[in-house]
Design a protein around this ligand. Structure first.
Ligand code: 5GP
Length: 211
């Protein structure tokens, strides 16, 4: 069975990166994480190939032209995109793959992979989101302002997500996320089984009854 593609989106500063790292730590065999390419400059402590593949704008445009990206989007003046080969390779090996991407990318992924599970992580309030962004200390107040403005734009897309969770208590949110991913994967598995195996069995039974 193919792996499940999981998109995790959320406002900047909501804590989705921390949630994803905890998921990978706690369930190391269950998931892999896609590393995106970006034209944004590395933050202090970020390492090439771990958080992102850091590219110049020119290099990023070449990746687009060469068809190396499954999807890409511009976010606050920088390019971000998902390398295509790793996604197909991981899913074909039956591994579940997490993409941490913004809403335009999320919508594009759903178009390409209708069975992908799209999760949106919300903060408990706008004030708490601003507090988390400020406490993170990685962006200037001007950049924080831009990220909050972008959050306003993103809210219209949330309705297109399959599951929306609130990251208030971290542990609760983490367990809920894991449970929902397992349930969705099981649901996909049941659907596949019904449409193939069970259909065949039903046809056999119907034929025997007719004879
Ligand atoms: P940051 O600069 O905080 O690392 O990321 C900014 C935004 O870009 C976040 O919402 C993040 O989810 C999104 N992002 C990261 N990688 C990708 C990607 O490959 N594609 C898209 N569409 N968005 C991405």
């Amino acid at each position: 069975m193919q792996g499940l593609l999981i998109v995790i989106s959320g406002f900047s500063g909501v804590g989705k990166g921390t949630l994803i790292n905890a998921l990978l730590d706690r369930y190391p065999d269950a998931f892999r994480l896609s590393v995106s390419a970006t034209s944004r400059a590395p933050r202090e402590g970020e390492t090439e190939g771990v958080e992102y593949f850091f590219k110049t704008e020119q290099e990023f445009r070449c990746m687009i032209e060469d068809g190396e990206l499954l999807e890409y989007a511009k976010y606050n003046g920088n390019y971000y995109g998902t390398p295509k080969a790793f996604v197909y390779d991981t899913l074909e090996r039956g591994r579940n793959l997490i993409l941490e991407i913004e809403v335009t990318g999320g919508m594009n992924i759903k178009r390409i992979f209708p069975d992908a599970f799209l999760v949106y992580v919300l903060p408990p309030s706008a004030a708490e989101l601003k507090r988390r962004l400020v406490n993170r200390g990685t962006e200037t107040m001007e950049e924080i302002g831009r990220r909050l403005a972008r959050a306003v734009e993103e809210t219209d897309c949330i309705r297109n997500y399959d599951y929306v969770t609130v990251n208030d208590d971290f542990e609760t949110c983490l367990e809920e996320l894991y449970r929902m991913i397992c349930m969705y994967r099981q649901s996909m598995h049941n659907r596949a089984r019904f449409s193939e195996e069970l259909k065949k069995e039903l046809e056999d039974i119907t034929r025997t009854e007719e004879e």
